[in-house]
Design a protein around this ligand. Structure first.
Ligand code: ADP
Ligand code: ZN
Ligand code: ZN
Length: 737
């Protein structure tokens, strides 16, 4: 017997399957998904490998080498994933080992041995003062910041070694434990809640979905349900139907919607059958969840993007909530789109893919209209409560009438009324920090990041300037470094600026902020939301985080500080993103018995992406957008491939892009429909000191050109001078600037 194996060796040159013989004594132990050690290269170094296929014969005959041993009894993945890995390899042109690493949790890639401090933080502090071993000190510092960590991770992150770790163990400063002890995320005492009685619209959707599950053939269904229509109840009942039939269920939600509130709605219905996967879990916690799924203890999985790889068997339904969300696209290799992988995975399982959104992606809606997906609609809110009333405020008029504040008169009045009525308000500001950029009023100087072509953002709490791309931070200028004038001015605004202005306007109101700066501590997201409800905070100010998934009945007013921030980004999806976010964020208002309203401030009140929010008219919005896409030959009419180049030297980076284009071939001679733009410098030509160039290709089918792309890539990579330039191939990128 022979196995086809992906070898864990990070080189494009070995990016293929290798044949190995399975030793007789391992024949009944090695399966698709097994993790093994194989002899590799002419030196026969032992390398980790993953079995993708098993077969009777090998074409390479006598020269075939033998697997050395099995690394772990439990396979790294279930057999169905092998086909998915090959699909992704072809679709996303990612190295096989990158894909394997993405689907196998890092915990499972090791013998999991965890380490924690065996002493108090104070004693550890004392040790740092006394010890003379730099390595041991580094390891302890890392441990003091993390509750527990896999030994291998500790060694990696601290630049330490196992000898030093063992020395620390002997001194009694650290302790080891094996994982496998389940650290429960559930309150075992709480009782399960019974299903709600569905509304007529919900019932219709549920019946259609259940019918598709019973069919056991792949179906893709798009559920277009307005905000507050009760999509979650539909999910819960469809999941119940699937698990009643002995088939598992997978729910994907954007990371920021994976709020404790949303998780508890699932846990309170299904209890311990649920596993949760998200980036906030520690390595050990992630591994626990993964192992429970692998052992079939949990048959319902909720998670963010990478949960699409959860090792479930016999899947009945895969739900992709907020299916339009960009966060489903991975920006690291493998550059997959979880929605696309979901459909492929469901196809293999004869399962239903349920895509759901109040503002479906233009792509999915098109496929639904074409009949490729089944379209289900819920156009009423639960309890028939009305959709929030929308006021669009023209900020140019405010300025003309002498109002220079960030708040229009109508938003100011509405907040004031809400405070007196003791109803709550959410203010949406799509930018954190204090202001967009800082500039000298006298000479026009704008402080730029030294590493990126981006202006710095002012943060008031520590009077610093920060780059949101690379994290560079510096003290703010007291005087202009160019002309020494004292007139530094702040333009635009971020969440912090909104909060400060509110304090001036409404000194007695209580406020709370929900953004990346406020939620860096673990759990503080939950704490902020809990406080908002419990303490009846008058106003919550936040970024994207407030736009999704929140369901608070006492929120009756939503204010959008500036609807324009996304509109002018040079990307063909900017109108779609603007409409989505405005519809989502205004949908947070009036979800309870009281009716809600949203006030949208803008300098572009006539732009259709903004004006159509007033009537919540997704259809009209879609029609406008799709005709633009058609005219410009953009997705879904075409597929795109973006090839990005980045390197330390601008000229070398540019030359690698041109060589790539020449090697790709003359597009006039390629018979398929294709357009090639570039090479051009990327929208932000330098990030973290790397120069960036790009080529953009539009075509009918991006998979047609795989050989050309890989050929051109290998040519540039093998060039002595240009070989160090980093090249990414990104099919259907979400950012094309
Ligand atoms: P969506 O995700 O479509 O925006 P939700 O699923 O959050 O909407 O539902 C909105 C609100 O209506 C929630 O508070 C939910 O508990 C409630 N709800 C929805 N359907 C029902 C039902 N059938 N019975 C009782 N409450 C419901
Ligand atoms: Zn100046
Ligand atoms: Zn920077």
């Amino acid at each position: 017997m022979y196995a086809e194996i992906v070898v864990n060796h990070p080189s494009r040159a070995v990016d293929r399957l290798f044949d190995y013989e399975i030793p007789k004594d391992l024949e009944d132990k090695i399966v698709v998904g097994s993790r093994v050690i194989v002899p590799f290269s002419k030196w026969n170094t032992g390398k980790e490998g993953f079995v993708l296929r098993i077969k009777q014969e090998s074409e390479i005959g006598d020269k075939v080498k033998s697997i050395i041993r099995l690394l772990t009894e439990v396979p790294a993945f279930k057999p169905d994933m092998a086909e998915l890995i090959l699909y992704m390899h072809n679709r996303y042109l990612a190295p096989l080992i990158d894909i394997v690493n993405a689907i196998v949790p890092s915990g499972a890639a090791r013998q999991i041995r965890m380490v924690t401090l065996a002493v108090s933080q104070e004693e550890a502090e004392e040790f740092l003062g006394k010890s003379r071993s730099e390595i041991q000190k580094r390891m302890i510092s890392v441990l003091m910041d993390t509750e527990r960590i896999a030994t291998a991770d500790l060694v990696k992150f601290s630049g330490g070694n196992y000898q030093a770790l063992n020395a620390l163990l002997k001194k009694g400063i650290v302790q080891f434990f094996e994982i496998g002890i389940e650290r429960s995320i559930y309150d075992s005492k709480s009782e399960l809640i019974k299903p709600n009685k569905p509304t007529e619209q919900q019932q219709k959707a549920i019946s259609e979905i259940n019918c598709a599950i019973d069919d056991s053939l792949p179906h893709t269904i798009l559920l277009h349900g307005v905000t507050g229509s009760g999509k979650t109840e539909v999910f819960l009942q469809a999941i119940k139907h699937s698990v009643n039939r002995g088939r598992s269920a997978l729910v994907l939600v954007p990371e920021i919607s994976l709020t404790p509130q949303m998780v508890s709605r699932f846990v309170s219905r299904f209890g311990k059958r649920i596993a949760i996967l998200h980036s906030g879990l520690s390595v050990g916690e992630k591994y626990d969840q993964w192992a429970r799924i692998m052992n079939n203890e949990a048959d319902i999985v909720i998670g963010a993007r990478s949960a699409i790889f959860a090792p479930l068997s016999n899947i009945g339904i895969i739900i992709v909530d907020e299916e339009h969300s960009d966060t489903y696209k991975s920006e690291m290799s493998p550059r997959y789109h979880a929605r696309e992988v979901a459909i492929e995975r469901a196809r293999k399982h004869g399962a239903v893919t349920l895509l759901a959104s109040a503002t479906p992606s233009v792509e999915s809606y098109t496929y639904a209209l074409l009949g490729k997906y089944q379209l289900l609609e819920m156009n009423k809110r639960y309890n028939e409560s009305s959709m929030p009333e929308i006021d669009i405020v023209d900020m140019r008029e405010e300025l003309e009438s002498g109002n220079k504040s960030m708040f229009s008169k109508s938003l100011y009045n509405a907040i004031k009324e809400n405070i007196t009525r003791k109803e709550q308000t959410i203010l949406f500001m799509n930018r954190r920090g204090f202001s967009t950029f800082v500039s000298c009023r006298k000479c026009g100087f704008v402080p730029q990041c030294p590493n990126c072509n981006i202006s710095l953002t002012y943060h008031s709490y520590d009077n610093s300037l920060k780059c949101h791309y690379c994290g560079h931070k510096q003290p703010n200028y007291a005087v202009c470094p160019a002309c020494e004038s004292k007139y530094i001015r702040y333009f635009g605004g971020g969440t912090q600026r909104v909060e400060e202005e509110l304090k001036n306007l409404f000194p007695d109101a209580t406020t709370i902020r929900l953004d990346a700066d406020a939620t860096t501590r673990k759990n503080s997201h939950k704490e902020i939301l809990d406080t908002f409800v419990k303490d009846k905070i008058d106003i919550m100010i936040g970024t994207q985080m407030v736009s999704k998934g929140l369901d608070f009945s006492n929120v009756t007013l939503v204010g959008v500080m500036s609807a324009d921030t996304m509109l002018h980004i040079n990307d063909f999806r900017s109108a779609e993103r603007t409409f989505d976010i405005l519809e989502q964020v205004s949908g947070r208002a009036g979800r309870g018995d009281k009716s809600g309203r949203a006030i949208i401030q803008t300098y572009n009140p006539d732009n259709y992406a903004i004006s159509l929010v007033k009537s919540h008219d997704y259809r009209s919005f879609y029609k406008r957008t799709i005709s633009e896409r058609n005219a410009m030959w953009y997705p879904p009419y075409s597929e795109m491939i973006c090839i990005r180049f980045s390197g330390d030297d601008n000229d070398i980076t540019r030359r690698s892009a041109f060589l790539f284009r020449d090697e790709f071939g003359d597009i006039n001679k390629i018979s398929e429909k294709i357009a090639l733009l570039g090479p051009i410098p990327s929208g932000i030509p330098r990030i973290k000191n790397k120069y960036r160039w790009q080529i953009l290709i539009k075509c009918d089918n991006a998979d047609t050109f795989n050989d050309r792309l890989i050929g051109a890539l290998n040519k540039v990579k093998s060039d002595d001078l240009l070989g160090d330039v980093l090249i990414q191939i990104d099919k259907n990128p979400i950012n094309v600037y």
